[in-house]
Design a binder for this molecule. Structure first.
Ligand code: ADP
Ligand code: MG
Length: 240
């Protein structure tokens, strides 16, 4: 199983939206996927129309979509980092899943640290807004902290430009600045601002299920393809 952590300490940058669409996109491509909701607000769980209930010990629940299960950690997330990490670790099934996606909360803290510590790779969604670079520097140093704790590298799968608005100068400027500073690390797929995301989540649906022909749905399917290709290349195998 390969695990991908979706992290950024800022809220509203598209972490949960990315986690949901990457998880469901990978499930659609035939993988067995576990979406781990590491945010006490349970946005990933409720965004798929599911009831956020965390059992003790936490157990994955079927999402009602083929190939996709959801694990919500709920109150287990309130504990110190070491405990959150061990709860997550013991809740991760040893077999049966090809891919786990961790949706982190919008803050540094025990849950984000646990996600970074246990993941094989990380995706950083950033909103194309002022101060995006500052936030990026902070999360990159948090990744380095995690690498020291765990004693092995954490692969930066990519920086994902989200909420991109082609009509706004700031979107273009930020995208250019990020690509200039991290030429290798930015996904070529980019997610534009699409009001259908909010509509879809209010119905407890992914955008694929609500309006597959909308631009946002296509962009996330392209991202899924890019991510799975990179993961396979990195793993040097077709296992994922
Ligand atoms: P985070 O998990 O980083 O806090 P979310 O994924 O929950 O961010 O996104 C914050 C809000 O923005 C949500 O209401 C979500 O539906 C909306 N949103 C996310 N991505 C987009 C997008 N590309 N276009 C328009 N709205 C979006
Ligand atoms: Mg979120």
């Amino acid at each position: 199983m390969h695990s991908i952590c979706i992290a950024n300490q800022k809220g509203g940058v598209g972490k949960t939206t990315t986690a949901i669409h990457l998880a469901l996109g990978a499930a659609w491509s035939g993988l067995h996927v576990l979406l781990c909701d590491l945010d006490a607000q349970a946005n990933a769980t409720s965004g798929l129309g599911l009831e956020p209930s965390a059992s003790t010990p936490p157990r994955a629940q079927p999402s009602g979509r083929e190939g996709l299960d959801v694990l919500f950690l709920g109150r287990h997330l309130q504990r110190p980092e070491r405990d959150v990490r061990s709860v997550l670790q013991s809740a991760l099934p040893e077999t049966g899943f090809d891919l786990a996606i961790f949706d982190c909360p919008p803050a540094f803290g025990p849950a984000t640290d646990a996600g970074l510590d246990l993941a094989d790779s990380v995706i950083i969604p950033i909103q194309c807004e002022y101060f995006a670079m500052e936030g990026l520097t902070q999360i990159l140093s948090s990744i380095q902290g995690s690498e020291r704790r765990r004693g092995r590298p954490l692969d930066l799968l990519g920086i994902l430009l989200t909420l991109y608005d082609p009509g706004e100068a700031v979107s273009m400027e930020v995208a250019e600045e990020v690509r200039r500073n991290f030429p290798e690390a930015v996904f070529s797929s980019r997610i534009e601002r699409d009001p259908k995301f909010v509509e879809a989540s209010s119905f407890g649906k992914a955008l694929y299920e609500y309006d597959l022909s909308s631009p946002g749905a296509w962009e996330y399917l392209l991202l899924t393809r890019e991510v799975l290709r990179d993961v396979r290349k990195q793993a040097g195998t077709q296992a994922v």
